[in-house]
Design a protein around this ligand. Structure first.
Ligand code: FE2
Length: 158
């Protein structure tokens, strides 16, 4: 959960803040997915939460914007004084943001948990998440068994 100052800044700066596809609603869903998966992967939950709010915040459109991840990473760096992160955590956050669209592999459990959390929300645009593009066992299980209900019920506990 990010603080209200940061949320207000994102509301000012994110063009698609109100979008149901790439805006706040999606970010909150990615955070929920990531916090759930972190129980299985041991991911750093602070990085997972910040990733959720930064990874798409610099999108300029809903469609073709291949550099948006890199811009999100840059934006996070520019506002690092507002983030409760060490340099090492900030580096993970930036790697997770810049690689989230095309990332195929990461040795870092936190980075791959971030990517899984985002990809498990593909149902919002009519794409069924495919376990071949997911990393953790639990994310793959959710996709293979179509068990998205477990993420929804987790929401009630956070
Ligand atoms: Fe996303």
């Amino acid at each position: 959960m990010i603080n209200s100052n940061l949320l207000a800044l994102l509301e000012q700066n994110a063009l698609l803040f109100d979008s149901s596809i790439h805006g706040l609603y999606h970010w909150q869903t990615v955070e929920r997915n990531g916090l759930y998966l972190a129980k299985f992967t041991g991911a750093d939950v602070k990085v997972v939460s910040y990733f959720a709010y930064f990874h798409d915040c610099m999108r300029e459109n809903e469609h073709d914007d291949p550099k948006h991840g890199a811009r999100g990473s840059q934006y996070a760096k520019e506002h690092k004084q507002l983030l409760d992160l060490t340099d090492e955590q900030l580096a993970m956050l930036c790697h997770a943001c810049s690689g989230h669209t095309y990332g195929r592999q990461s040795a870092c459990a936190t980075v791959s948990t971030c990517w899984d959390a985002d990809r498990l929300d593909l149902g919002r645009v009519g794409i069924v998440p495919d376990s071949r593009y997911l990393f953790s066992d639990e994310a793959k299980r959710i996709a293979d068994e179509q068990d998205f209900e477990i993420l929804i019920s987790y929401e009630e506990t956070i």
